[in-house]
Design a protein around this ligand. Structure first.
Ligand SMILES: Cc1cc2nc3c(=O)[nH]c(=O)nc-3n(C[C@H](O)[C@H](O)[C@H](O)COP(=O)(O)OP(=O)(O)OC[C@H]3O[C@@H](n4cnc5c(N)ncnc54)[C@H](O)[C@@H]3O)c2cc1C
Length: 381
């Protein structure tokens, strides 16, 4: 068991850090405040190979391991968790196409996804089906053997309206998980429309919107995988997605800890720097310890997924649950250590706190993570 990053991983981390601190960090607050989707800045990340990180090189991707991708996402999120959050979903869909699409589909979609010319969205959640995703109602009715006609609505879709291709879980068969298929819908398809971008607490540098399917017809060649395989495809993608979101939480919490350390050394009260108070030193010690524990869990889960371990789903759920809860708490403690200044936007911590809050909700809520973990525990007990 080797806990050190190797030379290649250190170089990758340094490249990501330099890029994120140079190209994203100076703009992150403005993107948040203005609700700006920074397409060019995301394409610049794709230019460094961060758009399709775990897609094999043979398919045009970067061919990184899950662990290496987690290292990159932590660095990017240290600058901007919201923009990185979008990139994690883009990467997740890239992996789904690399893993499940046929050669013709890969040739059609992957080059644009790798370069960032084509941004992609993952469409599972519906207004009436969130945690209970297998109950989804969007219908894809087969029209002979040639096409599907999609009718329904997806909710909370990251990138909705700004992205070019929508990977949609829709019902082609009967009730339950086995009746769901995975179908790609291009933005220009007739009958596809978007709700207004939702007004949100955080994740403001990317739109989140309802996606409406009003008799959208797509050729059967747009179905990814077999009929009835869609739910399995969607769930298998979430193991990696959860590790990626957890890695984003690590980056956000790390920045907040750094900001808090700088602040307590600078800020004086009762005639001395507040860093002199042992109560605050203990708080900082706990924040650093908990961040380290979270990172170990995320890297352990990533290694399990890389190894194809049967424990990967459970470990991903554990890492997502622990890291996203813990890292949000670290941001909150950092805000507290800033006193009133923590509540002021110029001091940045509040943006990280807002952005990391949703990590406890999406890619499966942290209650659903507990459902997954407990189910496995009881199965194997
Ligand atoms: C900013 C943002 C971006 C998102 N991006 C995407 C996206 O790109 N694609 C996509 O498909 N979805 C996306 N989502 C949707 C997200 O995955 C769902 O919001 C999430 O899965 C929860 O579903 P829900 O909101 O319907 O909550 P519900 O399922 O209604 O849950 C409400 C509460 O009940 C709890 N609960 C539900 N069932 C159980 C249970 N069995 N045991 C214990 N507790 C339970 C939940 O944990 C939660 O606390 C996004 C959401 C947000 C906010």
């Amino acid at each position: 068991m080797d806990f050190e990053l190797n030379e290649t991983q250190r170089a990758l981390r340094d490249t990501a850090r330099e890029f994120a601190q140079g190209e994203w960090a100076p703009h992150a607050a403005a993107w948040d405040a203005g609700g700006v989707f920074p397409a060019d800045a995301l394409r610049a990340a794709c230019g460094l190979g961060f758009g399709a990180m775990v897609v094999p090189e043979a398919l045009g991707g970067t061919g990184l391991s899950r662990l290496e991708a987690a290292i990159v996402f932590e660095e990017l999120a240290a600058a901007d968790p919201s923009t990185t959050g979008f990139l994690t979903i883009h990467n997740m869909v890239a992996w789904m196409i690399a893993r499940y699409a046929d050669g013709a589909q890969q040739a059609r979609w992957l080059p644009g996804i790798v370069s960032g010319e084509t941004f992609v969205s993952y469409c599972l959640t519906e207004p009436g089906a969130g945690s209970d995703a297998a109950s989804l109602a969007t219908r894809a009715a087969a029209q002979g053997n040639t096409s599907y006609r999609l009718t329904g609505q997806k909710a909370f879709i990251s990138g909705g309206g700004a992205t070019d291709l929508y990977l949609v879980m829709a019902r082609t068969g009967g009730a339950g998980a086995g009746g769901i298929s995975c179908i790609a819908v291009p933005r220009e398809a007739a009958g596809l429309s978007f709700g207004k971008p939702e007004k949100k607490l955080g994740w403001n540098s990317q739109p989140t919107a309802i996606v409406n399917f009003d008799g959208v017809v797509v050729p059967v060649e747009n179905r990814v995988g077999e009929e009835g395989q869609g739910f399995r495809i969607a769930m298998s993608a979430l193991d990696g997605g959860r590790i990626n979101i957890a890695a984003c939480s690590l980056g956000g919490a790390r920045t907040c800890l750094d900001l808090a350390l700088a602040h307590v050394k600078e800020r004086r009260a009762f005639g001395r720097p507040i860093a002199d108070f042992q109560a605050l030193q203990f708080k900082l010690a706990d924040m650093a310890t908990e961040l380290e524990a979270a990172r170990l869990m995320v890297h352990r889960a990533a290694a399990a997924l890389d190894a194809g371990s049967h424990e990967a789903t459970q470990r991903s759920a554990m890492a997502k649950r622990y890291a996203t809860d813990t890292c949000w708490h670290i941001c909150d403690e950092a805000l507290q250590l800033h006193g009133g200044y923590g509540y002021i936007k110029d001091y940045q911590v509040e943006r990280y706190l807002r952005d990391l809050r949703v990590h406890r909700i999406l890619e499966g809520t942290n209650e659903i993570m507990r459902v997954i973990i407990a189910r496995k525990l009881l199965e194997t007990a």
